[in-house]
Design a protein around this ligand. Sequence first.
Ligand code: GAR
Length: 210
Amino acid sequence: MKIAVLISGRGSNLQALIDDVSKPGGPGEIVLVLSNVADAHGLKRAEAAGIPTTIINHQDFQDRVTFDAAMTEAIEASGAELVCLAGFMRLLSTPFIDHWRDRLINIHPSLLPAYKGLNVPQRVLDAGEKEAGCTVHFVRAEMDTGPIIIQARVPVLADDDADMLAARVLEQEHVIYPKAVRLIAEGRVTVEGEQTLIDARPADVPDNKA
Ligand code: GAR
């Protein structure tokens, strides 16, 4: 499977995907890393792995729809069949999301549908949660919604600060994102009635509809 990865920053999830595709029997090939930020560290990771990169700066466009159309053009030119958002910090327009429907996935550092949006670890701590986690899901028009493919849970520990908790969650992100990509590459994932099915059975997540 040909994969495009969209980033805005550090790119540690991109690295997890790069590492997984380079294993024998990997899920495919990353054909493009696209960043909206010119100095995103993830671009260096892509270059080190010999993956083509493109920078499309959202500030060069009049509005979200034309920015997103430029991204679609670049992704299509790469031949990618699956688009992975990996710390891509721009909201996407409905035409983009509809165009890539069920071929566009995201990783989010919470147990969706809880804690959509930003600053998740601090909000989880402030709420006194005992458990945190991360989610890979298909992308729908509303932010951080869409059929859930896979989740991982981690404990919140008594002396956690936001950075400690974020690091514990991130470790699991690096496990479940490559897993989700493999499941899709193996043709084991479908979406029916906004529910993710894996091997024709509902995905094993408590709330399948984000
Ligand atoms: C990750 O924690 C990812 O879940 C989060 O940004 C971080 C990117 O890190 N994404 C979101 O919050 C999207 N709503 P990375 O650049 O090292 O992969």
